[in-house]
Write a protein that binds this ligand. Sequence first.
Ligand SMILES: C[S@@+](CC[C@H](N)C(=O)[O-])C[C@H]1O[C@@H](n2cnc3c(N)ncnc32)[C@H](O)[C@@H]1O
Length: 265
Amino acid sequence: MKWAGGKGRLLAQLEPLLPPGVERMRHVEPFVGGGALFFARGPQRALLADVNPELINAYRAIRDEPGAVIAALEALAPGHCKERYYQVRERYNAGGQAPLERAALFVYLNKTCFNGLHRVNRKGEFNVPFGRYKNPRIVNAEGIAAASEVLQGADIRCDGFEALVESAKPGDFVYFDPPYEPVSRTSSFTSYARGGFSQEDQRRLRDVYAALDKRGCKLMLSNSDVPFIRELYAGWNVDIVRAARAINSNPNGRGKVAEVVVRNY
Ligand SMILES: C[S@@+](CC[C@H](N)C(=O)[O-])C[C@H]1O[C@@H](n2cnc3c(N)ncnc32)[C@H](O)[C@@H]1O
């Protein structure tokens, strides 16, 4: 899946920051999105969640019925063009599909829409325009089969971060990758699903981080390097990584952006 804020390009910088013995720990990821770190690691046991119900539906379908998802995508792929894209988008917005077909429509749109964005309007309709890719990889059968394999050991939930955290246990490794605090609150886009992630949400997340620290979980959290976030996590270990952002609503914001990685170990 392409995903705004995807961690694919940061993996080489994040992996050395994982806790010693992580291969024996359960991997918990409350803001899973495209799950770049999860899929790169391929842990045997995991608890994954996101508030986006369509994303969660797609992961469950890929875990449980990869062959059927591939077949549904194979039926959609031939003759891909702009007109087809808008027809599929309309079908998807009309709803009424079984979960498996809906998962295939979601993957198709993810692979062919502009920048792999997921954006909905006030009515909840997916409204991202056509992406001008020469040859989008709509059916990545090997990728789906491999993802399905990794997802076998995963409990996948559609939930907010606070609900998920009730289930975290001592000794779990928890990676938090929330919607980022914008460098400036007025100019930035923070809305991944309906509704953004406010400063109040960032504070509630810090409280969850503090509670899980006490519980004995190993914690790693990504966010942008801004004073508000530095203050929230003062007292924990902060490292800096540099990300080349692929998806950014502000064209001037492209380039290398400093991010913090906050760890309790
Ligand atoms: C920065 S993205 C995660 C990117 C991911 N690490 C990757 O590699 O693609 C943040 C995710 O948090 C989800 N999200 C937003 N608010 C949330 C909440 N309150 N609880 C859980 N997930 C939330 C969004 O749907 C989005 O997928």
